[in-house]
Design a binder for this molecule. Structure first.
Ligand code: NAP
Length: 242
């Protein structure tokens, strides 16, 4: 029988908690940083030799809080850029399909409705570090980059921007889409059908959230919505995207 093993980094991440509900079984191997440290290339190779995956989903890295990427650029570089480069090198060496979890924040975040081949200009260091990761994945053609416009349910913050917008999908809804994309290569945006203010989006799951202006903070995209036509076509229209 053909080996269909899938190796996944970031098995303890918030997103993994959603993915584990839809992608699980004897062929699916979620790893923690103790089991597979992306900063150490030998650690990745050892795990790959053991599991012999045909697909590698890479979502480990440094994510939140976002301003940690401004304060501690060393960790951001090590985990999101060098860590991803290490993963790419091992996938290349063992001819493994790589799926890299990226973010909609790699786009300029000004006019919104960004398509996959639009110019990229990250608005903050977190997004630069994710784009640094993307750059190495781009060199390896047996790969898929997913740019997620993703948020949690309920909304986590006490305040939400009334003058910034996006088309976020909830983590559980993004997770349901991932298994259907495993065979594609290239870049795919993942988001919801509805672009709205972050405040309106937040109110749905946190009614007492307070509206604030995005002018209160530095480096936040005023419209980070992504165009999802490509995703919809691939999923064949009538799909689960809301
Ligand atoms: N959060 C969002 O809304 C959002 C939106 C778009 C895209 N993304 C992307 O989705 C992915 C997951 O995000 P998240 O917020 O769910 O992440 P998270 O909860 O912050 O978890 C990150 C995970 O990375 C792992 N990690 C850190 N350093 C590592 C290393 N050296 N080797 C191996 N693993 C390491 C940690 O593993 P251990 O716990 O085992 O140490 C941790 O579980 C990230 O790539 C992020 O950029 C997130």
């Amino acid at each position: 029988m053909k080996n269909k093993n899938i190796l996944i980094t970031g098995g303890n991440s918030r997103f993994a908690q959603s993915l584990k509900k839809v992608l699980y079984g004897k062929n699916i191997f979620y790893t923690t940083s103790k089991e597979l440290d992306i900063v150490k290339i030998d650690s990745i190779e050892n795990k790959v030799k053991k599991i012999k995956p045909i697909t590698f989903i890479h979502m480990a890295g440094l994510s939140r809080p976002m301003n940690i990427h401004e304060k501690n650029i060393e960790e951001s570089i090590d985990k999101n850029i060098i860590g991803t480069c290490n993963v790419v090198k091992i996938c290349k060496k063992y001819d493994i399909k790589l799926i890299y979890i990226s973010t909609n924040y790699v786009y300029p975040g000004k006019t919104g409705n960004y398509r996959e081949d639009d110019s990229l200009k990250p608005i903050n260091n977190y997004a630069w570090s994710k784009l640094g990761g993307e750059a190495s994945v781009m060199l390896y053609k047996k790969s898929l980059i997913l740019r997620l416009a993703m948020s949690e349910k309920p909304f986590v913050h006490d305040e939400a921007f009334k003058d910034a917008k996006s088309n976020f999908l909830y983590r559980d809804d993004v997770a349901k889409i991932i298994p259907r994309l495993l065979d594609y290569n290239g870049v795919i945006n993942v988001g919801s059908k509805k672009t709205e203010s972050i405040y309106n989006f937040a109110k749905k799951t946190k009614p007492n959230v307070r509206p604030v202006s995005v002018k209160k903070v530095k480096n936040f995209p005023i419209d980070s919505s992504v165009n999802i036509e490509k995703l919809e076509n691939l999923l064949n229209k009538n799909n689960k995207i809301k």
